[in-house]
Design a protein around this ligand. Structure first.
Ligand SMILES: Nc1nc2c(ncn2[C@@H]2O[C@H](COP(=O)(O)OP(=O)(O)OP(=O)(O)O)[C@@H](O)[C@H]2O)c(=O)[nH]1
Length: 305
């Protein structure tokens, strides 16, 4: 007899800097789904998918949740809360050393207002490596007085403490049902390749039918710097000189805009500041190498442009 499968959505919420990206990377690990950056609804964005036993946990992000400055932003915040309300489980991440801040309280007020009563919300007190045990217990008590959390976890996303417990709990809490993604789509996809795919996507969006068929993007260099930023160098390969001009655009405007859009997306995905450098090069024997790319899992279209 096969074991029951479970699947569902988990929304990770918290103030900026609470450690959402760090926790996500910890839980999902290298198994970032290739579908991640493509599947996007208006309300939520899928940030990662992981398997825990027979359960498939899909982590969703609620972009622009807590910094509504203008009217438009306020509308987005409302939509983002809709995303959290749609999730099967919500995890509120707070920072141990900052405690129940004004910002965290505002989120709790919103949760009380917007989430259905029976929606399980777990509290994850993060960065426990920065505080003493007594402080933690007092904070857990205070937080649980402010909201009826289904469960409290004390974790360090950075060091990995308590993360496995949280993952196991999430898996057990998810509803029974078939997986959303076939397991083979959750292959280990190197971040370099995902970043290249993001740039390629921006090229497609910007150039539409002008896009040269024989075009690939490769990440040549990746440097995580000590200051917390990442420098990424990518090359856009085209098959002909004429195509180079199309990609560069008038005075380099096209490539500049593509670089800016891709940088923003990669940055958000990684949760780090990214410096992206794009170069356009001509590589005439591209087709011969096409097979190599398909082996790497990259898409390409053949045919003459
Ligand atoms: N000491 C310590 N630092 C942590 C821990 N988890 C995350 N951090 C640090 O906290 C900072 C913010 O982490 P992020 O994961 O970028 O936070 P975020 O919630 O995704 O932030 P936004 O993208 O601004 O919403 C980073 O410098 C992390 O290295 C932890 O468990 N302990």
């Amino acid at each position: 007899m096969t074991e029951t499968t479970r699947a569902g959505f988990v929304a990770l919420i918290g103030e900026p800097n609470a450690g959402k990206s760090t926790l996500l990377n910890r839980m999902v690990g290298a198994k970032v789904s290739i579908v991640t950056h493509k599947v996007q609804t208006t309300r939520t964005r899928i940030r990662g998918v992981c398997m825990e036993g027979q359960a498939q946990i899909v982590f969703v992000d609620t972009p622009g949740l807590f910094r509504p400055r203008r009217r438009l932003d306020r509308a987005m915040v409302k939509a983002a809360w809709g995303g959290a309300a749609d999730a099967d489980i919500v995890v509120l991440l707070v920072e141990a050393h900052r405690g129940l801040t004004e910002g965290a309280q505002a989120i709790i007020d919103r949760m009380a207002d917007q989430l259905p009563r029976d929606r399980p919300v777990a509290l994850a007190i993060n960065k426990i490596d920065r505080v003493k045990a007594e402080t933690l217990l007092a904070l857990a008590e205070e937080m649980n007085g402010a909201y009826p959390f289904a469960k409290t976890f004390m974790i360090s996303a950075e060091k990995g403490y308590g993360v496995a417990d949280l993952r196991e709990w999430l898996a057990a809490e998810l509803p029974e049902g078939p997986w959303f993604y076939p397991e083979d789509q959750l292959a280990d996809v190197p971040m370099r390749m995902i970043a290249a795919e993001m740039t390629r996507e921006k090229l497609t969006l910007r150039l539409h039918e002008e896009l040269p068929y024989q075009l690939t993007v490769e990440t040549e260099k990746w440097e995580d710097r000590a200051d917390g930023t990442t420098r990424i160098d990518q090359v856009v390969y085209v098959a002909r000189d004429g195509h180079k001009g199309i990609v560069l655009g008038n005075r380099g405007e096209t490539i500049k805009a593509i670089g800016a859009a891709s940088r923003a997306e990669i940055s958000e995905f990684l949760g780090r500041t990214v410096h992206l450098f794009l170069t356009v090069k001509v590589r005439p024997n591209w087709l011969e190498e096409a097979e190599r790319y398909s082996e790497m899992g990259l898409e390409f279209k053949d045919g003459d442009a």
